[in-house]
Ligand binder design. Sequence first.
Ligand code: NAP
Length: 482
Amino acid sequence: MSTPNQLFINGEFTDAKSGETFATINPATEEKITDVASAGVDDVDAAVKAARAQLEPGSDWQKMKPRDRGKVMWRIADMLSARAEEIGRIETIDNGKPIFESQFVDTPAAAECLYYFAGWSGKVTGETLPVADNAFTYTLREPVGVVGAITPWNFPLMLAVWKIAPALACGNTVVIKPASNTSLSLLKFAEYAKECGLPAGVLNVIPGRGSVVGNAMVDHPGIDAIAFTGSTEVGRQLMARAAKTLKKVSLELGGKSPNIVFADADLDAAARGALNAIFYGKGEVCAAGSRLLVEEGAHDELMAKVTERAAKMTAGDPLHPKTRLGAIVSKDQMDTVLSYIEAGKSEGAKLVAGGQRADIGTGKGYFVQPTIFDDVDPDMKISREEIFGPVLATIRFKDAEDAIAKGNATVYGLAAAVWTRDVSKAHRIARAIKAGTVWVNTYNLYDPALPFGGFKESGFGRDQGKDALEKYTQTKSVWVNL
Ligand code: NAP
């Protein structure tokens, strides 16, 4: 597999100044894929210099008309679409997710995001505002400058593009740090971007340890805004740290999303939806429907359907086209998931599916069985904390009021779903649930036009949609005396 493993700074692949590297592991085989250059503080500085140079008057990026920037983004999207198999394989080998997801879902979604925001290039405008007879007053929507993006390992390419695309559409430049577990797809993306004519320095990719590179980015006076996706814990630290330089910060954080099924729902659809909600992406999905809330009257029937389907789901070789459940991203993450399963057992939840590490017949790989707990008490650890793995906690509720109370009984507020045939009830619940996204009779659907982000401790700021432009622009008011 030919894939870059060096830092991408100022349009060139280069070793870290220190020469340091770290190994990246295929979680399905436990074998090393390659050693990746590990950026240090000096490399962050070099990346920021390159990114700042493209904000100077007369630079290639500044000389391009906004619509021409959009054309470059469009070309990158075309290339992603054409090479989805190549970059999808890289993602699968690095992350452990099924090739079905990386080639046919994540990469196309990244391409769509680029197409969508390419269309915004040249359409991010200010307003004229009539304030007085003797004045001409208007606003300019200007880029924030250098955007420092820090992204997680669960959708390494797609979530990076969710930041890169709107940032470029608004005329910014980007320094981005992918998660150490999964740096390879973004380095490949950088190679494509160069081939498509993105000027050197506009996009810089600097893998490395969060505590080193992430902190250096947050501290760097040459970075104007930090766009972070990751855990609530790291988001909190980063926001406190950013106070020193008063950087504009946006945080897309964790979740513990309720998937609420009423007795009047189509229970076959709800059962399929419940499994998709928690087992898609191995449950390593920020918006995963990790709490299944079931109305008493539908409980037994729904659980029979859910467990029957779950029993048929087996983990498999992520590179096999039929595999739908891949490997957990790392041994550490697998151990975390298994420790939550043990906590569920010891706290007295009823295990009705899975519950152990899985073996796909190779004796290798970080696989976990799709696991379902029933009769979970809302106070149990598996009901309160984000597990970020294929583990479902099922909780019963009595009526709509109880569903809303239980659904909102979390510090998080990223997503939720409601399954019912009663249209009024669906809309009432959608209003009452404190979450950035609410699905009705479906789960895990996304579109670049729809804003995505959190309420409460799931963060603030929106990726995707028109709202994302807010993060990457600042408004200037101009008052002309007439
Ligand atoms: P994480 O541990 O918070 O890491 C996220 C990124 O931050 C990685 O690039 C990481 O680098 C870096 N980082 C770690 N420590 C840092 C520090 N002290 N300063 C600056 N950066 C630091 O999260 P993760 O385990 O990769 O991802 C899982 C989490 O992301 C879950 O909580 C999930 O819910 C959340 N998530 C949220 C969304 C959303 O849109 N709301 C989407 C996806 C995921 P290293 O890799 O080197 O540690």
